[in-house]
Design a binder for this molecule. Structure first.
Ligand code: ATP
Ligand code: MG
Ligand code: MG
Length: 314
Protein backbone atom coordinates (compact mmCIF):
# COMPACT_ATOMS: atom_id res chain seq x y z
CA UNK A 1 0.00 0.00 0.00
CA UNK A 2 0.99 3.61 -0.45
CA UNK A 3 0.70 5.22 2.94
CA UNK A 4 0.87 8.80 4.16
CA UNK A 5 1.64 9.58 7.76
CA UNK A 6 0.29 12.99 8.67
CA UNK A 7 2.85 14.40 11.04
CA UNK A 8 4.56 17.74 11.54
CA UNK A 9 7.87 16.13 12.43
CA UNK A 10 9.39 13.15 10.55
CA UNK A 11 12.10 12.79 13.20
CA UNK A 12 9.66 12.24 16.07
CA UNK A 13 9.99 8.76 17.54
CA UNK A 14 6.37 7.82 16.72
CA UNK A 15 6.54 9.07 13.13
CA UNK A 16 9.90 7.45 12.45
CA UNK A 17 8.72 4.12 13.91
CA UNK A 18 5.58 4.12 11.76
CA UNK A 19 7.64 4.70 8.61
CA UNK A 20 10.08 1.98 9.66
CA UNK A 21 7.30 -0.52 10.40
CA UNK A 22 5.55 0.24 7.09
CA UNK A 23 8.73 -0.19 5.05
CA UNK A 24 9.55 -3.41 6.93
CA UNK A 25 6.20 -4.77 5.72
CA UNK A 26 6.87 -3.83 2.10
CA UNK A 27 4.73 -0.68 1.99
CA UNK A 28 5.60 2.72 0.63
CA UNK A 29 5.37 5.39 3.34
CA UNK A 30 5.73 9.16 3.17
CA UNK A 31 5.40 11.76 5.89
CA UNK A 32 3.18 14.72 5.04
CA UNK A 33 3.03 17.83 7.19
CA UNK A 34 -0.71 18.40 7.46
CA UNK A 35 -0.25 22.16 7.92
CA UNK A 36 1.29 22.26 4.43
CA UNK A 37 -1.64 20.43 2.86
CA UNK A 38 -3.68 23.01 0.96
CA UNK A 39 -7.26 21.97 0.48
CA UNK A 40 -9.06 22.54 -2.79
CA UNK A 41 -12.82 22.30 -2.85
CA UNK A 42 -14.87 22.12 -5.94
CA UNK A 43 -18.09 20.29 -6.81
CA UNK A 44 -17.34 16.58 -6.74
CA UNK A 45 -13.55 17.03 -6.94
CA UNK A 46 -11.88 17.46 -3.59
CA UNK A 47 -8.10 17.74 -3.81
CA UNK A 48 -4.98 18.42 -1.77
CA UNK A 49 -2.00 20.40 -3.02
CA UNK A 50 1.27 19.73 -1.20
CA UNK A 51 4.23 21.99 -2.01
CA UNK A 52 2.72 22.65 -5.44
CA UNK A 53 1.94 18.99 -6.23
CA UNK A 54 -1.50 17.39 -6.31
CA UNK A 55 -1.56 14.41 -3.94
CA UNK A 56 -2.62 11.24 -5.66
CA UNK A 57 -2.51 7.49 -5.37
CA UNK A 58 -2.60 7.08 -1.57
CA UNK A 59 -4.36 4.00 -0.21
CA UNK A 60 -4.43 5.11 3.40
CA UNK A 61 -3.35 7.75 5.89
CA UNK A 62 -2.34 7.58 9.54
CA UNK A 63 -3.15 10.91 11.16
CA UNK A 64 -0.83 12.06 13.97
CA UNK A 65 -2.51 15.36 14.69
CA UNK A 66 -1.15 17.42 17.58
CA UNK A 67 -3.66 18.94 20.00
CA UNK A 68 -2.68 22.50 19.04
CA UNK A 69 -3.67 21.98 15.39
CA UNK A 70 -6.81 19.89 15.77
CA UNK A 71 -8.95 22.20 13.65
CA UNK A 72 -6.71 22.29 10.58
CA UNK A 73 -5.44 18.74 10.97
CA UNK A 74 -8.96 17.36 11.07
CA UNK A 75 -9.94 19.38 8.01
CA UNK A 76 -7.05 17.68 6.15
CA UNK A 77 -8.12 14.22 7.34
CA UNK A 78 -11.69 15.00 6.26
CA UNK A 79 -10.41 16.03 2.84
CA UNK A 80 -8.62 12.67 2.46
CA UNK A 81 -11.88 10.95 3.51
CA UNK A 82 -13.69 12.88 0.78
CA UNK A 83 -11.03 11.71 -1.68
CA UNK A 84 -11.91 8.15 -0.61
CA UNK A 85 -8.54 7.53 0.98
CA UNK A 86 -8.90 5.30 4.03
CA UNK A 87 -7.81 6.68 7.34
CA UNK A 88 -6.59 4.76 10.37
CA UNK A 89 -8.42 7.27 12.56
CA UNK A 90 -11.46 9.16 11.31
CA UNK A 91 -11.62 12.95 11.48
CA UNK A 92 -14.82 12.96 13.54
CA UNK A 93 -13.33 10.59 16.08
CA UNK A 94 -10.27 12.85 16.49
CA UNK A 95 -12.48 15.90 17.03
CA UNK A 96 -14.59 14.03 19.58
CA UNK A 97 -11.57 12.78 21.52
CA UNK A 98 -10.00 16.25 21.76
CA UNK A 99 -12.78 17.75 23.80
CA UNK A 100 -12.72 16.28 27.29
CA UNK A 101 -16.30 17.28 28.10
CA UNK A 102 -17.72 15.84 24.93
CA UNK A 103 -15.74 12.61 25.28
CA UNK A 104 -16.86 12.24 28.89
CA UNK A 105 -20.48 12.64 27.77
CA UNK A 106 -20.06 9.92 25.16
CA UNK A 107 -18.24 7.62 27.60
CA UNK A 108 -20.85 8.14 30.32
CA UNK A 109 -23.62 7.28 27.88
CA UNK A 110 -21.77 4.12 26.85
CA UNK A 111 -21.51 3.02 30.49
CA UNK A 112 -17.74 3.47 30.86
CA UNK A 113 -16.56 4.00 34.47
CA UNK A 114 -15.13 7.48 35.11
CA UNK A 115 -14.41 9.93 37.93
CA UNK A 116 -17.50 11.99 38.67
CA UNK A 117 -17.27 15.09 36.48
CA UNK A 118 -19.15 18.40 36.37
CA UNK A 119 -19.23 21.42 34.09
CA UNK A 120 -20.58 24.93 34.49
CA UNK A 121 -20.43 28.20 32.63
CA UNK A 122 -20.84 30.32 35.75
CA UNK A 123 -18.37 30.95 38.54
CA UNK A 124 -21.17 31.41 41.11
CA UNK A 125 -22.32 27.84 40.40
CA UNK A 126 -18.89 26.49 41.31
CA UNK A 127 -19.50 25.63 45.01
CA UNK A 128 -22.52 23.55 43.98
CA UNK A 129 -20.47 21.80 41.27
CA UNK A 130 -17.71 20.99 43.77
CA UNK A 131 -20.34 19.43 46.03
CA UNK A 132 -21.74 17.47 43.05
CA UNK A 133 -18.40 15.70 42.58
CA UNK A 134 -18.05 14.91 46.29
CA UNK A 135 -16.34 18.01 47.70
CA UNK A 136 -12.64 19.03 47.92
CA UNK A 137 -10.02 18.02 47.03
CA UNK A 138 -11.04 18.25 43.38
CA UNK A 139 -9.34 18.15 40.02
CA UNK A 140 -9.83 21.06 37.62
CA UNK A 141 -9.06 20.45 33.96
CA UNK A 142 -8.91 22.52 30.85
CA UNK A 143 -11.17 20.94 28.22
CA UNK A 144 -8.41 20.90 25.65
CA UNK A 145 -5.28 20.36 27.75
CA UNK A 146 -2.64 17.74 27.05
CA UNK A 147 0.56 16.32 28.53
CA UNK A 148 -0.79 17.04 32.00
CA UNK A 149 -0.66 20.80 31.46
CA UNK A 150 -3.95 22.39 32.46
CA UNK A 151 -4.71 19.74 35.11
CA UNK A 152 -4.84 21.23 38.62
CA UNK A 153 -5.41 19.63 42.01
CA UNK A 154 -7.26 21.99 44.37
CA UNK A 155 -6.95 20.86 47.99
CA UNK A 156 -9.81 22.97 49.33
CA UNK A 157 -13.12 24.31 48.04
CA UNK A 158 -11.73 27.84 48.42
CA UNK A 159 -8.67 27.06 46.31
CA UNK A 160 -10.89 25.39 43.72
CA UNK A 161 -13.17 28.42 43.60
CA UNK A 162 -10.32 30.84 42.92
CA UNK A 163 -8.63 28.61 40.31
CA UNK A 164 -11.94 28.17 38.48
CA UNK A 165 -12.65 31.90 38.59
CA UNK A 166 -9.20 32.58 37.14
CA UNK A 167 -9.82 30.11 34.29
CA UNK A 168 -13.28 31.56 33.64
CA UNK A 169 -11.78 35.05 33.53
CA UNK A 170 -9.37 33.88 30.83
CA UNK A 171 -12.39 32.47 28.95
CA UNK A 172 -10.93 28.98 29.32
CA UNK A 173 -13.47 26.17 29.59
CA UNK A 174 -12.88 23.64 32.34
CA UNK A 175 -14.37 20.59 33.99
CA UNK A 176 -14.42 19.87 37.73
CA UNK A 177 -13.65 16.28 38.62
CA UNK A 178 -13.63 14.06 41.66
CA UNK A 179 -10.03 13.50 42.81
CA UNK A 180 -9.19 9.79 42.89
CA UNK A 181 -6.68 9.74 45.75
CA UNK A 182 -6.27 5.97 45.85
CA UNK A 183 -4.57 5.91 42.44
CA UNK A 184 -1.58 7.56 44.21
CA UNK A 185 -0.18 9.50 41.27
CA UNK A 186 -0.31 6.51 38.91
CA UNK A 187 -2.46 5.76 35.91
CA UNK A 188 -2.78 3.06 33.27
CA UNK A 189 -2.31 3.65 29.56
CA UNK A 190 -3.91 0.96 27.43
CA UNK A 191 -2.98 1.03 23.77
CA UNK A 192 -5.88 -0.16 21.64
CA UNK A 193 -5.60 -1.12 17.98
CA UNK A 194 -8.49 -2.63 16.06
CA UNK A 195 -10.56 -3.68 19.06
CA UNK A 196 -7.66 -5.24 20.92
CA UNK A 197 -5.39 -4.04 23.74
CA UNK A 198 -1.98 -4.44 22.08
CA UNK A 199 0.07 -3.10 24.99
CA UNK A 200 -0.34 -1.49 28.39
CA UNK A 201 1.80 0.37 30.87
CA UNK A 202 1.46 1.79 34.31
CA UNK A 203 2.72 5.34 34.63
CA UNK A 204 3.85 6.61 37.99
CA UNK A 205 4.28 10.32 38.59
CA UNK A 206 7.55 11.52 40.08
CA UNK A 207 7.65 12.01 43.86
CA UNK A 208 5.02 14.42 45.13
CA UNK A 209 3.34 14.73 41.72
CA UNK A 210 -0.28 13.60 41.25
CA UNK A 211 0.05 13.68 37.46
CA UNK A 212 1.58 10.55 36.00
CA UNK A 213 2.25 11.95 32.50
CA UNK A 214 5.64 10.97 31.09
CA UNK A 215 5.99 14.59 29.94
CA UNK A 216 5.74 15.65 33.59
CA UNK A 217 8.55 13.32 34.63
CA UNK A 218 6.50 10.15 35.22
CA UNK A 219 7.88 6.72 34.32
CA UNK A 220 6.16 3.87 32.51
CA UNK A 221 6.43 0.16 33.24
CA UNK A 222 4.88 -2.90 31.66
CA UNK A 223 1.62 -3.95 33.29
CA UNK A 224 -0.87 -6.75 32.79
CA UNK A 225 -4.38 -5.37 32.75
CA UNK A 226 -7.24 -6.99 34.61
CA UNK A 227 -10.21 -8.18 32.62
CA UNK A 228 -12.26 -5.16 33.77
CA UNK A 229 -9.48 -2.76 32.76
CA UNK A 230 -9.24 -4.31 29.30
CA UNK A 231 -12.99 -4.18 28.86
CA UNK A 232 -13.14 -0.51 29.94
CA UNK A 233 -10.35 0.44 27.50
CA UNK A 234 -12.00 -1.36 24.59
CA UNK A 235 -15.44 0.07 25.30
CA UNK A 236 -13.99 3.59 25.61
CA UNK A 237 -12.13 3.36 22.28
CA UNK A 238 -15.14 1.84 20.57
CA UNK A 239 -17.65 4.38 21.81
CA UNK A 240 -15.49 7.24 20.53
CA UNK A 241 -15.10 5.46 17.19
CA UNK A 242 -11.32 5.15 17.47
CA UNK A 243 -9.55 2.22 15.77
CA UNK A 244 -6.31 3.39 17.39
CA UNK A 245 -6.43 4.86 20.88
CA UNK A 246 -4.44 5.45 24.03
CA UNK A 247 -6.90 5.03 26.88
CA UNK A 248 -5.90 6.55 30.23
CA UNK A 249 -7.47 5.03 33.32
CA UNK A 250 -7.13 5.32 37.08
CA UNK A 251 -7.28 2.28 39.32
CA UNK A 252 -9.85 2.81 42.07
CA UNK A 253 -11.78 0.90 44.69
CA UNK A 254 -14.75 0.85 42.33
CA UNK A 255 -12.78 -0.47 39.35
CA UNK A 256 -11.09 1.26 36.41
CA UNK A 257 -12.05 4.90 35.81
CA UNK A 258 -11.36 6.26 32.35
CA UNK A 259 -9.85 9.75 32.27
CA UNK A 260 -9.51 10.29 28.58
CA UNK A 261 -8.96 8.64 25.24
CA UNK A 262 -6.09 9.93 23.10
CA UNK A 263 -6.43 9.68 19.31
CA UNK A 264 -2.72 10.22 18.49
CA UNK A 265 -1.11 8.33 21.38
CA UNK A 266 2.68 8.48 21.52
CA UNK A 267 4.62 5.30 20.73
CA UNK A 268 7.89 5.90 22.52
CA UNK A 269 6.70 5.39 26.11
CA UNK A 270 4.58 2.33 25.36
CA UNK A 271 7.13 0.60 23.09
CA UNK A 272 9.94 1.17 25.56
CA UNK A 273 7.88 0.05 28.56
CA UNK A 274 6.52 -3.08 26.86
CA UNK A 275 9.24 -3.96 24.33
CA UNK A 276 6.43 -4.53 21.81
CA UNK A 277 6.22 -3.51 18.15
CA UNK A 278 3.13 -1.30 18.51
CA UNK A 279 3.97 0.61 15.30
CA UNK A 280 3.79 -2.72 13.45
CA UNK A 281 0.29 -3.35 14.83
CA UNK A 282 -0.83 0.07 13.61
CA UNK A 283 0.57 -0.56 10.12
CA UNK A 284 -1.06 -4.00 9.92
CA UNK A 285 -4.40 -2.53 10.97
CA UNK A 286 -4.07 0.31 8.44
CA UNK A 287 -3.22 -2.14 5.64
CA UNK A 288 -6.30 -4.16 6.58
CA UNK A 289 -8.66 -1.19 6.39
CA UNK A 290 -6.99 0.05 3.19
CA UNK A 291 -8.03 -3.18 1.55
CA UNK A 292 -11.67 -2.88 2.54
CA UNK A 293 -13.97 -1.66 -0.19
CA UNK A 294 -13.35 2.02 -0.78
CA UNK A 295 -17.03 2.64 -1.43
CA UNK A 296 -17.75 1.95 2.21
CA UNK A 297 -16.00 5.04 3.49
CA UNK A 298 -17.73 7.65 1.35
CA UNK A 299 -19.40 9.77 4.04
CA UNK A 300 -23.04 10.61 3.53
CA UNK A 301 -23.40 14.28 2.60
CA UNK A 302 -24.99 15.10 5.95
CA UNK A 303 -22.39 13.20 7.93
CA UNK A 304 -19.36 15.08 6.67
CA UNK A 305 -19.48 18.08 8.96
CA UNK A 306 -21.76 17.90 11.98
CA UNK A 307 -19.25 16.79 14.59
CA UNK A 308 -16.81 19.55 13.80
CA UNK A 309 -19.25 22.44 13.77
CA UNK A 310 -19.01 23.10 17.47
CA UNK A 311 -15.24 23.06 17.36
CA UNK A 312 -13.31 26.24 18.04
CA UNK A 313 -10.63 26.99 15.44
CA UNK A 314 -7.15 26.67 16.94
N1 ATP B 1 -9.60 12.80 38.65
C1 ATP B 1 -8.33 12.52 38.86
N2 ATP B 1 -7.90 11.97 40.03
C2 ATP B 1 -6.58 11.70 40.24
N3 ATP B 1 -5.60 11.94 39.34
C3 ATP B 1 -5.96 12.49 38.16
C4 ATP B 1 -7.34 12.81 37.86
N4 ATP B 1 -7.38 13.33 36.62
C5 ATP B 1 -6.10 13.35 36.16
N5 ATP B 1 -5.23 12.84 37.06
C6 ATP B 1 -3.79 12.69 36.87
O1 ATP B 1 -3.34 13.72 36.00
C7 ATP B 1 -2.84 13.15 34.76
C8 ATP B 1 -3.23 14.02 33.57
O2 ATP B 1 -4.62 14.03 33.40
P1 ATP B 1 -5.33 13.81 31.98
O3 ATP B 1 -4.87 12.54 31.37
O4 ATP B 1 -6.78 13.96 32.16
O5 ATP B 1 -4.75 15.08 31.20
P2 ATP B 1 -3.95 15.32 29.87
O6 ATP B 1 -3.28 16.63 30.11
O7 ATP B 1 -4.87 15.28 28.74
O8 ATP B 1 -2.90 14.20 29.66
P3 ATP B 1 -2.41 13.43 28.31
O9 ATP B 1 -1.08 14.00 27.99
O10 ATP B 1 -2.32 12.01 28.78
O11 ATP B 1 -3.36 13.64 27.20
C9 ATP B 1 -3.43 11.76 34.70
O12 ATP B 1 -2.64 10.91 33.92
C10 ATP B 1 -3.48 11.37 36.19
O13 ATP B 1 -2.22 10.90 36.63
MG1 MG C 1 -5.07 14.14 26.76
MG1 MG D 1 -3.83 11.76 29.98
Amino acid sequence: MKLAILSREPKLYSTARLVEAAVARGHEAVVLDHLHCNLVLEKGKPGIIYHGQKLEGFDAIIPRIGASVTFYGCAVVRQFEMMKVRTAVESQAIVRSRDKLRSMQILARAGVGMPKTAFTNYSDEVPAMIEQVGGAPVIIKLLEGTQGLGVVLAESAKAAQSVIEAFHNLKARIIVQEFIAESKGADLRAFVVNGEVVGAMKRQGKDGEFRSNLHRGGSGTLVKLSRAEKAAALLAAKSLGLGIAGVDMLQSQRGPLVLEVNSSPGLEGIEKATGLDIAGKIIEYTAEIAQKKKAKIVPKAAAVLPDSQTDTPQ
